[in-house]
Design a binder for this molecule. Structure first.
Ligand SMILES: Nc1ncnc2c1ncn2[C@@H]1O[C@H](COP(=O)(O)OP(=O)(O)OP(=O)(O)O)[C@@H](O)[C@H]1O
Ligand SMILES: [Mg+2]
Length: 409
């Protein structure tokens, strides 16, 4: 077995070849939810308990705790090197944790080899067998298990239908487009009905448009089969499109996990706020104490004071360093000279760029002491409310206090 984090694409046979794939014993049809042992019906599909993985002095995964609910679509999202692939490889059994325990369907799996786990993996660099046609590729794992020919034909047919490749069984794999090849890899991983499907940047090699189509299809397929999907990506848009739960990772540590909306609306720190969507960040110090709603004043450079809202339970001391995060869609631009409105932060600035983005206008506004703030507004027909501001214009930028999040880390 190789120890590289990413499979060697030059080798035709490596560990994620179908020969190492074994899945559920039950000949259920693909469209039924994964088979569940009655004793463990309530157990989550994957439970990662205090798992740390070290390679020499590199800590790839650091004290991870994660429970993946049955039938959910979860994504690991984070920058390169944050430990996403290592986590998947431990779930699949290609790596062993340095410490901690992984449970699959309630059973600890330390020492259980990959082919004995009810888990399949689809990698970015899927390797199809070049000497086999599509149907033979998809049915490989079934033949290893001595499934009858009739059963194999039926299940391969179902799997190809699922990935919208009905009628492609006799094609050679090299005749297929990148997207079609990836569908074959997916069908091959699904044909044995694993309880959990691990997908490591499976769409990374596809162009943008095809990737987007496949994202939507993957989500539909996951819905149809009811199998737990754990999906690795460093593309936030991809994670937002598909996931029930996003797990944001950095340096081997989980920063936050939750629904796409929860992470977008309530990021726990600056890293998550910047990684999911985009934000304006204003660094400053706590200038007073919070009111009952968690609203607090923050003094920024140049004597500017901004107001924002603290996350539940956060009560930083006066003088503490904080970052105020404001989403561009919450930043309003108004003509200069607008009067103070209670509950709003309003700052004088000058437009440094105005960009028409089709359905939106994006303005960059320089505010003394804060630098440039980005504002995005829906473009509207006519003038009045839809009025566009122009580069060089003096304006007021502002946001409602509750739209600005005061982050302590
Ligand atoms: N077999 C190995 N030997 C030594 N170090 C490793 C090994 N596998 C992974 N690492 C290190 O562990 C850390 C996490 O790697 P991992 O492949 O899990 O990151 P990743 O989040 O999947 O990144 P990417 O988005 O680039 O695929 C990195 O610092 C990497 O260099
Ligand atoms: Mg990786």
């Amino acid at each position: 077995m190789t120890t590289s984090a990413n499979p060697d694409t030059s080798a035709p046979y490596h560990e994620h070849q179908p020969g190492t794939i074994v899945a559920a014993e039950h000949p259920a049809t693909l469209r039924h939810p994964a088979n569940v042992h009655p004793d463990h019906a309530a157990a989550p599909d994957v439970d990662i308990v205090d798992v740390t993985k070290r390679f020499g002095d590199v800590t790839a995964v650091d004290a991870m705790r994660l429970t993946v609910a049955r039938g959910s679509f979860s994504s690991f999202l984070g920058p390169s090197g944050c430990g996403k692939t290592t986590t998947l490889r431990m779930i699949a059994g290609f790596e062993q944790p340095t410490s901690g325990e992984i449970y699959l369907a309630g059973e600890p799996v330390a020492g259980v080899p990959p082919y004995r786990r009810n888990v399949n993996t689809v990698f970015q660099h899927y390797a199809l067998f070049p000497h086999m046609n599509v149907a033979q590729n998809v049915g490989y794992g079934l033949r290893q298990r001595r499934t009858s020919k009739a059963d194999e034909a039926r299940r391969v047919g179902e799997a190809l239908e699922l990935v919208r490749l009905t009628g492609y069984g006799r094609r050679r794999t090299w005749e297929l487009s990148g997207g079609q090849q990836q569908r074959v890899a997916l069908a091959r991983a699904l044909v044995n009905h694993p309880a959990v499907l691990l997908l490591d940047e499976p769409l990374g090699a596809l162009d943008r448009k095809l990737r987007h189509e496949m994202q939507i299809e993957l989500k539909q397929i996951q819905h149809e089969v009811g199998i737990t999907f754990i999906y690795v990506t460093h593309d936030q848009e991809e994670a937002l499109t598909m996931s029930d739960v996003i797990v944001v990772m950095r340096d081997g540590r989980i920063q936050q996990q939750g629904s796409p909306e929860a992470l977008y609306r309530h990021p726990v720190n600056r890293f998550v706020a910047g990684f999911i969507g985009s934000s304006n960040f204003v660094a400053g110090r706590v200038a007073g104490s919070a009111d009952d709603d968690g609203r607090i004043a923050v003094s920024a450079p140049d004597g500017v004071t901004v107001t924002g809202r603290l996350a539940d339970g956060e009560r930083p001391a006066p003088g503490a360093e904080v970052t105020v995060a404001i989403r561009p869609e919450h930043v309003r631009v108004a003509a200069g000279g607008a009067s103070d409105v209670p509950g709003w932060t309003a700052l004088a600035g000058r437009v440094t760029s105005d960009t028409y983005l089709g359905d939106q206008h994006e303005y960059r506004v320089a505010v003394p002491g804060l630098g440039e703030l980005v504002a995005r507004a829906q473009a509207q027909g006519g003038d009045g409310a839809g009025r566009a501001f122009h580069t060089g214009e003096d304006v007021v930028v502002g946001w409602h206090d509750t739209a600005a999040l005061v982050l302590t880390s």
